[in-house]
Design a protein. Structure first.
Length: 328
């Protein structure tokens, strides 16, 4: 049985990766410091003999006994709310954490895949974004702690690949959604659904003309799985190129939820990307991958998940200083 270490295992994407590798017959070692993860996401895996969990911060030395075939590094805060609340930890997990895990991969002879992000492109001047675009990033802006952590993560990963010969893979993840997202983490899809479920008006930042492209989580996990088992070491975009404006998306959520709330407008956050759409030509050619789940289908599944949350989860406030972030 092959063994895989998945960091950020109790998070949104990490928990879905754990599920997939268990289904594929792997022994999965999940690791998470639970700073943004939630044990309920992997509670169903805890009784399984094929799964073990380590409560650990990968920014500190990482030890795993026995052989390791693969490492998937998905430990990181992943929303603007988190960057504001824990900026130093965000930088450390992308730098020190990645360094520790690359050292482990080198020692074990394991192949390592890192979770990079479309945020490496910043507020892009090229549209849609291709992997050879260098990006337009403000390193000292409010999003800089995440953007630069991920850009450094890519750089040190390629250094270990070229200098030490470590087998590495880099996935650049675009907006992804689905069950197990944190409802109030500041990202637009759970924010809109949460507001609708609470009977609040939907908040659009700016005039709503900025665009996003939303990929359902099952499609993303399939792309990551294929990339890990490919022989390609350079970054690959994985996301859904079906682009929509935030204003039109708000209208879709109102229609989906059958609510009667208004759309209200607030100031646009600093350095908020105005366009976000992946060019997935490389993923199609190298991995024979493209998204299968339509936005209508994926939103219905996600909405049904959020509807079943407890009142405490529905009304939980992740961070009260989001307005401060917006006005910086």
């Amino acid at each position: 049985m092959k063994r895989v270490l998945i960091t950020g295992a109790a998070g949104f994407l990490g928990s879905h990766l754990c599920d997939r590798f268990i289904r594929e017959g792997y022994h999965v070692i999940g690791m998470d410091n639970l700073i943004t993860g939630d044990m309920k996401n992997i509670a169903h895996l805890m009784p399984l003999k094929e799964f073990e969990f380590y409560h650990h911060d990968v920014s500190k030395f990482v030890h795993v006994s026995g052989k390791l075939d693969y490492i998937l590094h998905f430990a990181s805060p992943a929303s603007p709310i988190d960057y504001l609340k824990i900026p130093i930890q965000t930088l450390k997990v992308g730098s020190l954490g990645t360094h520790n895990l690359l050292g482990l991969a080198k020692a074990k002879g394991a192949r390592m895949l890192i979770a990079s992000t479309s945020e490496v492109y910043g507020d892009p001047l090229v549209h849609p974004q291709t992997e050879d675009y260098y990006g337009n990033v403000n390193p000292i802006g409010p999003r800089g702690v995440y953007d630069e952590a991920k850009r450094f993560q890519e750089a040190i990963t390629m250094a270990y690949h070229t200098y030490h010969g470590v087998e590495t893979r880099i996935v650049r993840i675009f907006n992804t959604y689905g069950p197990r997202m944190r409802l109030n983490d500041g990202r637009v899809l759970p924010a809109f659904i949460g507001q609708a479920l609470r009977g609040e008006d939907l908040t659009v930042f700016g005039d709503g003309s900025q665009t996003r492209s939303f990929c359902y989580v099952d499609d993303l996990i399939e792309g990551i799985y294929r990339l890990l088992h490919s022989d390609y070491a350079l970054p690959v975009n994985i996301g859904n190129p079906d682009e929509i404006t935030i204003l039109d998306f708000a209208k879709e959520i109102i229609k989906l939820t059958g609510t009667t709330q208004k759309i209200i407008y607030k100031d646009l956050p600093v350095n908020d990307p105005m366009q976000r759409q992946p060019d997935i030509t490389k993923a199609r050619a190298l991995l024979n991958w493209e998204p299968k789940v339509s936005r209508a289908e994926g939103l219905k599944i996600t909405y049904d998940y959020f509807k079943n949350l407890s009142p405490e989860e529905l009304n939980k406030v992740e961070h009260k200083n989001f307005e401060a972030y917006v006005k910086q």
